[in-house]
Design a protein around this ligand. Sequence first.
Ligand SMILES: CC(C)(COP(=O)(O)OP(=O)(O)OC[C@H]1O[C@@H](n2cnc3c(N)ncnc32)[C@H](O)[C@@H]1OP(=O)(O)O)[C@@H](O)C(=O)NCCC(=O)NCCS
Length: 277
Amino acid sequence: MIRRSVGFNMEKRWARPSQIRVRKPPSLMPTDPMSIHSIEVELWSWSLDPDAVSVGAAHALLSDDERARAARFVKGIDRRRYIVGRAGLRRVLADYLDADPRDLRFDYNEWGKPRLHPDLQSVFRFNLSHSAAEAVVAVSEQADLGVDIEEIRPLQEDVASHFFSAAECAELANVLEAERLDAFYRCWTRKEAFVKAHGSGLSVPLQSFDVSLTAQEDRGLLVRLDHGIGSLDAWEVVNLDVAPGFCGALAVRSQGRDVRLRYRNRLAWSANMASMM
Ligand SMILES: CC(C)(COP(=O)(O)OP(=O)(O)OC[C@H]1O[C@@H](n2cnc3c(N)ncnc32)[C@H](O)[C@@H]1OP(=O)(O)O)[C@@H](O)C(=O)NCCC(=O)NCCS
């Protein structure tokens, strides 16, 4: 994936172009020869619990509908994290489009999966996940994707038998007890990432595919897929390196191509942002 080299520069003042400049489609870019055979996915992460001034600056980046949604959260902590999650997403995507984060517009499919509004004519696809105070967004210009992160917390009940397939439940039962919680979250995030990449929400039955629970392999983690949902070869599910205490997975509609991950700098929040608006 080719993108501007500045990364996140908090000193940058965003220009407000009258129109967002859309980058050239990949076929017109001077591409890495390997990219014909591979899909590049960039991963950005950030904390959802910055200081209060930064939350205010983040709020200033949101659209009216996002602010209305933020206002509906009952708990302050959920409201703040939603604000910082959406603002982080806007900052990441705006950097790819060379645009002001406030100028981005989203639309949503039938199951609520957001994408950049078609009017922006952008090739970039993305997916966001958040858990506790952690957020991750995956971005690619080559394929649909889904990402899921979860904080590893003790389980109060038998969640696996409600959500996992028979093969996954059997694999989980064979894991040593001391390793079972981590294996549970590997399974959960891999399944969730696949559902999110597919984009059809829970209309994809959770029994219609199996993921591996292995900690040994990083790739090839989708191991069975019902024909009605798609071809197994068309998908790749990979492990993600995420913050300590979290588990993460990424699913990509790879169509047989190799998936290459690039972890970008952790997005920083700064009180300076407020004076930049
Ligand atoms: C959104 C959904 C797909 C995932 O929810 P989640 O894991 O709680 O939340 P995540 O933080 O990973 O993802 C939320 C983000 O995904 C995006 N999203 C929303 N709907 C989506 C969809 N249908 N597909 C993909 N992404 C979606 C949004 O950006 C959302 O963030 P926002 O609401 O702050 O804008 C949820 O609606 C859902 O259906 N979950 C299924 C739960 C389940 O039973 N999983 C079983 C796994 S074994």
